[in-house]
Design a protein around this ligand. Sequence first.
Ligand code: ARG
Length: 267
Amino acid sequence: MFKWKKFLVTGALCALSVMTLVGCGGQQAAAPSSSSSSSGVATTIKVGSAVDFAPFEFQDEGQAEYQGFDMDLIRAIGKEMGAEVEIQNIGFDGLIPALQAKTVDVLISGMTINDERKQNVTFSDPYYQSGLTMVVRKDEQSIQKFQDLKGHKVAVQIGTTSANEVKKIEGVEVKEFNTPADCFMELKTGGADAVVNDRPVSEYFITKSGQTDVKELPDMLTAEDYGIAVAKDNKELADKINAALKTLKENGEYDKIYDKWFGGAKK
Ligand code: ARG
């Protein structure tokens, strides 16, 4: 007869040893990603990110690896925690649902910490200070300040703080798109008069791709801090991430990553 008891005990021991990295035949990748092991930290951290947001998360044509500031940071955090990092590309408005469904354990996606999201997720300490600006066509005269958006068509990425903020301005026709790239396309083809988006992303887009027909305006709508999100009830994982983040800030690793993507500009 099949020995259920022995099977279960052996199975449990095996699962335990996988979690402690000793491994069943060293198959580290086969470890469950649940963060409920005794140490509270999984050996593989499943990360969700909307990989459409250079220089934070993007993919160059012909390159398999996702790259950017967030990607380097989360890999460094994983290393610090002794865990593998597995990144999944998920549309921005699908990230929090994916976290809630436990498809992923962690979100890093240039995600702004705000009260509304805090009802559904737990954020790490802030890791980057950002803000929202407008991009318009070079010849645009009538838009200088955010309030000037009244009566105009404005393109924003769906599910973002930009979308929320623009909707608060009266008389704006808000057009929501899946990615910032789609928003910029809409601006260039005349379907929108402005794009509202995170400042470093718009700056990177204009300078890196040598845009000459659009400009970023100096008016900044909000200051926003980016945070790494975990499931609302997973404070333990947030603590581990915060500890890793602190170490990386102290040992100069954070600065190295920052300088790689932002060229030593102010933090
Ligand atoms: N910071 C903004 C927000 O949290 C935009 C983030 C968009 N991120 C992305 N990877 N597309 O809503």
